[in-house]
Write a protein that binds this ligand. Sequence first.
Ligand code: 13P
Length: 261
Amino acid sequence: MPSDVDLIDQLLDVCHRLHRAGMVAANDGNVSAALDDGNLITSVTNVSKGAMTARHVVKIDRQGTPLEDGKKPSSELRMHLAIYRDRSDVRAVVHAHPPYATGFAAAGLALDKCVLPEIVMTLGSIPLAEYGTPSTEEVPEAVSKWIGKADAVLLSNHGAVTVGADLMEAYYRMERIEHYAKICFIAGRLGGERILTPEEVDKLYRLREEAGMTNRNPGCWTCDVQVPESCVGDVCVNFDEDSESFEQAAKKAVAEVMQSR
Ligand code: 13P
């Protein structure tokens, strides 16, 4: 376990990486991590993650009360606290606004198709939490619907949040989803990504099991809806052609199935 000083250094390193990678602008983003004594550290509010120094990190308890005078924790602290409450395995949370992933989130699109083996093997898929007003209880409420099943979640019209057993794991998950979103965007421009077949996905799951990987998996489009028919397996899509397309209706049906798992 890193000492408190090492953990602060790691948190600063992650903030600087987020800024260098263009995953945050101005004061965007916030990062937190769990200390051995049960308390947390988090970035203070309203600071560029590229300019963070140790004085921009504040120690707080699990209720969010600052344990240091004169430092105001991130305005998204409610979301961080709720994630630690929901997931006892999580020791670090990273929130950022990476442009491609946030573009998908702003377009109302989850990254929930099985396209790249690396994503199937590591994150499974990346769900989209419904919109919540930043800094309010609405954000943790929306995220908590997914965080039990996913290590990375897109936040509608806002950004993304990732979690990990340590800061670097949470950071690399953010890097991974941004890279993936960029690839999906490019594939979309080139005529659309080829979605892996259920057989191809099964093989990857087997490899994942053999490798002893126990990642969470919120489910995916490939496994839940393979072809646009009104009923696939036990997923039936009822839709009113006048008000929505089949694809919109299918997406809603898949989201319901994935949430109910
Ligand atoms: P803070 O500066 O309060 O952490 O907020 C930044 C942010 O990204 C809000 O979503």
